[in-house]
Design a protein around this ligand. Structure first.
Ligand code: DLL
Length: 443
């Protein structure tokens, strides 16, 4: 066991011990916690109690873990409908923090934490950082936004609890980020993958080669990204890029993380119970089959979430991981069920376009998908930046690239796209989550 814990230099942190619990012990712990959380929600959240009663269920119905499937789902609309505090299970006097997520439509959703919840959050973030090989002595630049977004404070308290030095630089001000990274001896950075691409590019313009700096680890998440983008990031910056997953409704960042094997994300399932369901029917999917990730918080006090439909599409990887962690593993989340757009009857996800683009040299990972309607017919255009070298090349090189890209997209999604090659810096950079799709069809 000892050597399994040392899966990276100094990587073992005492807080990581639950990552390696024997499976039977882990399942027993999950069932014990599940009963507690269901009881808490039943006693304190009227919407949940009402839904249980409609199904003739009481918290005593949980004989085994599989009985979770009998419980009602919770959806994002439930948070909106009970805005702002309707799903809280603790009195405000026990709630020490609120965060909110804006989402795309209407009112934000509000999430709450007790002191104990913040301790669990810091614990799972410590386990995330430890899985990335970070420990006391590391200098972590936290470029997730501080504020109502959970990324900034979530990573912040985790990094502090790890014993690392945290630099709370927050998002934006890219030139200052680069100065901090170079001058403060940063060894790891946290931000969205799209922002890191921008940061590396800006550093090059300023004459700073990230590869020459001490930064060796990136903890990237909050948006879908592909294996192709990881390879681009690792090649351009010389850092190891880890995928971190989380969502406000469940806790924030720290629901799951990759280990050094970088083959799927481990979910901290001693705190978050994992299910995969068919997004159309809600029926459970067997391990290995792709479906919607459904999570139940096992230790949350302020806002227990039972069977929360994340809309994130993934599958459980049934095989045990070579790192020795017994935590369940999911495939990286490349898409959300509500990210999908339909064009001429074909269902598409932005990540499919990214996969096609990343396979072809000459482009930069800055792209935008623009949907328009012309004479009643949907059109798919992809704007993608090209490298300065290609720009200065002959026109024929640009034309070749355009043809190659259109062919790659057609091969992946079965649709002909209009390709617009644009100069570097044409596409707006985001400090947080990148906006990949612009739908102008209803204009
Ligand atoms: O994005 C929390 C977070 C902060 C995670 C920092 C990781 C790092 P929300 O703003 O509530 O919370 O957005 C949650 O973002 O349901 C996914 O669709 C997406 N998402 C988050 N992490 C990943 C990831 C934060 N690693 C929503 N891969 C989730 C793909 C991700 N999608």
């Amino acid at each position: 066991m000892e050597e399994q814990w040392n899966d990276s230099p100094g990587g073992f942190h005492p807080a990581s011990a639950p990552d390696y619990l024997p499976v039977a012990q882990l399942r027993a712990l999950q069932l014990h916690r599940l009963r507690g959380v269901v009881r808490r929600a039943y006693e304190h959240v009227p919407l949940f109690r009402q839904r249980m009663q409609e199904r003739d269920l009481t918290p005593e119905c949980l004989a085994g873990l599989e009985d979770v499937q009998r419980l009602p789902f919770t959806q994002k609309s439930d948070l909106r409908d009970t805005y702002p505090f309707g799903l809280f299970a603790s009195p405000m006097s026990d709630i020490v923090r609120l965060h909110a997520s804006s989402g795309t439509t209407g009112k934000p959703i509000v999430v709450a934490y007790t002191k104990e919840d913040l301790a669990v959050w810091a614990e799972v973030m410590v386990r995330c950082f430890a899985a990335c090989g970070l420990h006391r002595g590391d200098v972590i630049q936290n470029a997730y936004g501080y504020g109502l977004f959970t990324g900034g404070l979530g990573a912040h308290y985790g990094a502090e609890a790890l014993g690392a030095t945290v630099i709370p630089v927050s998002g934006g001000n890219t030139d200052r980020q680069i100065m901090v990274m170079r001058d403060f001896g940063v060894t790891a950075i946290c931000c969205t993958p799209s922002y890191f691409v921008h940061l590396v590019e800006r550093a090059a313009e300023l004459g700073v080669d990230i590869r020459q700096l001490k930064c060796k680890v990136g903890v990237f998440g909050a948006e879908p990204w592909t294996e192709g983008l990881r390879q681009h990031i690792e090649a351009e910056s010389g850092i190891k890029a880890y995928d971190i997953y989380g969502l406000s409704e469940i806790i924030g960042p720290g629901v799951g993380i990759e280990c050094p094997c970088q083959n799927g994300l481990h979910i901290f399932d001693d705190h978050f119970l994992v299910e995969i369901v068919d997004p159309r029917t809600g029926e459970p999917c067997p391990d290995g089959r792709e479906g919607e990730l459904v999570l139940t918080t096992l230790s949350k006090q302020a806002m227990p979430m039972v069977r929360y439909r994340t809309r994130d599409i993934t599958c459980i990887i049934p095989e045990p991981c070579a790192c020795g962690r017994t935590l369940r593993r999911i495939h990286r989340i490349a898409r959300r069920s509500d990210d999908m757009f339909i064009i001429r009857g074909v269902n598409l996800f932005p990540s499919q376009i990214e996969t096609a683009l990343m396979g072809i040299a000459g482009t930069l990972p800055h792209y935008q998908i623009i949907l328009t309607r012309h004479k009643g017919l949907d059109e798919l255009a992809v704007e993608v930046e090209v490298t300065p070298e290609l720009l200065s090349d002959q026109i024929s090189a640009m034309e070749d690239l355009q043809t190659q890209l259109a062919a790659a997209i057609e091969k992946t999604v079965g649709l002909r796209a209009i390709i617009r090659l644009v100069e570097p810096h044409t596409i707006e950079r985001s400090e947080g989550k990148a906006k990949r799709v612009i739908d102008r069809r209803s204009l």
